[in-house]
Design a protein. Structure first.
Length: 371
């Protein structure tokens, strides 16, 4: 009787290790026992803006200054023989570029202490948290605005009317005081008018919109008014698909960002408007069943000094401002408008430039609905 050989599944070809290394989506370095870079995957070359050959040949000096926290963490892991993790670290690169990221250092088994160093940018990991925070800030602003509009605005009209009557009948030397009352009432009324933008909850019809047409309209409005002395540069991706949005809300949000950029720029400065398609970025909106892709990116870039460091984490909350006489409602209104579209707003300071970046969903064919 013939013996039947057991069936063995045919071995599948195993991908080369270099291909696996370069396919890793997380920027990762391999550090040798002497502390020098041995390998950098493709994602890390993009993150560090340096090729593997440059990193191997020139070492850390090509990307990080001597006092970099990255170098300190690597040295600490080598000395202790244990992996270390640091979160939300502000990394400064040689040349001045800054980015906030998580740094994870692993120690390979063995006496030589080879290390792996991985970076996870906070701009990606914090998108969901940022969207939740912006939505909460917007809801807070809606409640505050509704209360103020109802409880304060009507009495203001009576106060101003009484002050105006007094202004006409009091002695000339007392008119300065009645004028002061009227001017302060007008200032508070203007604040209430700004807050009422948050209480507009009318149903809106979202439809496919050409974001470049909206940006061009915003630029023309700026050039004809508050941005008359500013140079505008447009760098648009011509293949960008339409966005699912409300035309008026998007114009309002972008006008606020452009106005902030103009006011932050030096006299005769430049404001740059950029669009791009960034695949792979998605969030799960509050209450949604699945994730929403946000590939459409609109950036408003200025050459100003940017907001003070202590305000950065609260920029999109109402009444947070560094401008003298400002109300702190502009960016909160932007966050609400973009949040209504299912998108997010980000802030970044890079190479002496301030960048406000909006991420929005794409409109599907025949899509006319609220995000």
């Amino acid at each position: 009787m013939a013996t039947v050989a057991p069936h063995r599944p045919r071995a599948r070809p195993f991908p080369p290790p270099v291909d696996i290394w370069n396919a890793l989506p997380t920027p990762t370095l391999l550090i040798g026992p002497d502390g020098d870079v041995v390998m950098a995957n493709a994602a890390c070359e993009i993150f560090l803006n340096a090729s593997q050959a440059t990193l191997v040949e020139r070492g850390w000096a090509s990307v990080f200054p001597p006092d970099s926290p990255v170098r300190a963490l690597i040295e600490g892991a080598r000395d202790s023989g244990q992996g270390v993790q640091a979160y939300a670290v502000l990394i400064e690169f040689t040349g001045g570029r800054q980015i906030r990221a998580d740094i994870l250092v692993g120690v390979l088994p063995g006496p030589e202490r080879w290390l792996t160093v991985s970076f996870q940018t906070r701009a990606v990991t914090a998108l969901i948290d940022r969207q939740r925070d912006q939505s909460a800030a917007a809801r807070t602003a809606v409640g505050v605005a509704a209360m103020l509009a109802h409880e304060v605005k009507n009495p203001l009209s009576g106060i101003r009317g009484a002050a105006q009557l007094l202004h006409e009948i009091v002695e000339p030397e007392a008119r300065e005081l009645s004028g002061l009352i009227m001017s302060e009432v007008d200032r508070v009324r203007a604040l209430i008018d700004g807050l009422e933008g948050f209480t507009d909850e009318r149903p809106r019809r979202f439809r496919p919109e050409n974001i470049h047409a909206i940006l061009s309209h915003v630029r023309r409005v700026a050039e004809a008014g508050f941005g008359a002395g500013t140079r505008f540069v447009e760098r648009y991706d011509p293949s960008l698909p339409p966005v699912l949005g409300d035309h008026d809300l998007l114009v309002q949000a972008l006008l606020n960002l452009v106005k902030n950029a103009v006011e932050a720029s030096p006299p005769g400065g430049t404001v740059t408007l950029v669009t791009a398609f960034r695949a792979g970025i998605s969030v799960r909106p509050p209450g949604a069943a699945g994730r929403v892709s946000l590939p459409l990116e609109i950036s408003v870039i200025d050459e100003g000094e940017g907001p003070p460091a202590h305000l950065v984490d609260n920029l999109f909350e109402p009444f947070v401002t560094s401008k003298r006489g400002g109300t702190g409602l502009g960016l909160a209104l932007v966050a609400k408008a973009i949040g209504d579209h299912g998108g997010v707003v980000e802030f970044e300071r890079r190479a002496a430039r301030t960048i406000f970046r909006i991420r929005l969903p794409v409109a599907a064919a025949g899509d006319e609905t609220r995000p």
